[in-house]
Each structure stands twice: as structure tokens, then as C-alpha cells.
Ligand binder design. Structure first.
Ligand code: S3P
Length: 168
């Protein structure tokens, strides 16, 4: 299928670039928003009430639904932890081209400062949490992606045009 899937760490700009691309002819699905609408509650509440595993099951269910619907020409921005499940990685490849939006810890820090919506960033120091999760995830992001695009210091327009060039 000819969708574009945006993966990457929390705060790397998946949702913003997804919204930008939706002004360029793509239809947009943001898996976090999709789950919040479906569940009629915020991700923070889902984690608090039903736990992370339940949320991860919701993510897998969304991917299966998109695939079963035969959606095409979509840009799909997925939550930062979604590619960590092997089943999800297989589904992502069936859905389209996987683009890893790569950002430095410094730029993630500046985007995520003061965040209270993301349960996995609460508690410890933000930098420590980012580094810890990034160590666990980066090699998976890199190996699952068809294309890697650095976002640091680049405009949405520029990132969009690099994505288009690289996936064609
Ligand atoms: C998560 C990332 C979040 C959201 C949830 C868990 C993660 O999405 O799915 O808080 O595990 O990295 P964003 O990457 O859009 O912030």
C-alpha cells in the first residue's frame, strides 16, 4: 500500500509533519488521536486506568483496522512506542513506506519540556528519561525504517520535500 508512516521518538514532530502533509494531498491518521477518540479518554487516563499493555493493544488494533480498511494515500503518524512490538513492525511494512523522523536529544528536550501528557516522561529528569528510552529504541527505529530523515533545524516544507524525494 502506498501510505507513508511517520515513526520516531516523542516530540520529533510526527504529528506536526503529518498535519503539514495533510495540506499536500495526503489524508491523515494520527494513531494517538485515533485511540483517544475511540476510547473517549486521554492517553494519560488510559495508562493510569488500564496500563501500558492495554494501550499497546489499542495501537496494534488500530494498525489492523487501517490495513483491513485498505486505506491508501494516507500519512500515518504513529506513537513513539508503537514500532517496538514486532507484530506492529510487520503491519507497518504492509501499510506503506516507513519514515523515521530523527531528532537530537537537545531538540527533543526543548520540544518536550513541561510536557504533562506523556506518561512515559513523567517522574525522572526529562533528559535521563529521553536518553534511557532512546537507547532502548533507536536501533529499532533505524532497522524498521525504509528512510531516515533528520528533522533538526529543518522546516516542515523541507522535511516534506526530503521525504518525497527519498521515498520515490
Ligand atoms: C509514547 C508516545 C506517545 C503516546 C504515548 C506513548 C511512547 O506518542 O503514544 O504517550 O511510548 O513513546 P507521541 O510519540 O506522539 O508523543
Amino acid at each position: 500500500m502506498a501510505n507513508i508512516i511517520l515513526i520516531g521518538f516523542m516530540g520529533c514532530g510526527k504529528s506536526s509533519i503529518g498535519r503539514f502533509m495533510s495540506t499536500k494531498g495526503y489524508k491523515l491518521i494520527d494513531t494517538d488521536s485515533y485511540i483517544e477518540e475511540r476510547e473517549n479518554r486521554k492517553i494519560k487516563d488510559i495508562f493510569e486506568t488500564d496500563g501500558e499493555e492495554y494501550f499497546r493493544d489499542c495501537e496494534t488494533a488500530v494498525l489492523k483496522e487501517i490495513l483491513a480498511d485498505g486505506k491508501d494515500n494516507y500519512v500515518i503518524a504513529v506513537g513513539g512506542g508503537l514500532p517496538m512490538r514486532e507484530e506492529n513492525r510487520l503491519l507497518l511494512h504492509k501499510l506503506g513506506k516507513v519514515v523515521y523522523l530523527k531528532a537530537s536529544v537537545a531538540s527533543l528536550m526543548s520540544r518536550l519540556k513541561g510536557d504533562s501528557k506523556r506518561p512515559l516522561l513523567q517522574g525522572k529528569s526529562l533528559e535521563e528519561r529521553i536518553r534511557e528510552l532512546m537507547n532502548l529504541r533507536e536501533s529499532t527505529y533505524e532497522s524498521v525504517s525504509d528512510v531516515i530523515v533528520s528533522t533538526d533545524g529543518r522546516s516542515f516544507e523541507r522535511i516534506y520535500s526530503i521525504i518525497e524525494q527519498k521515498i520515490r
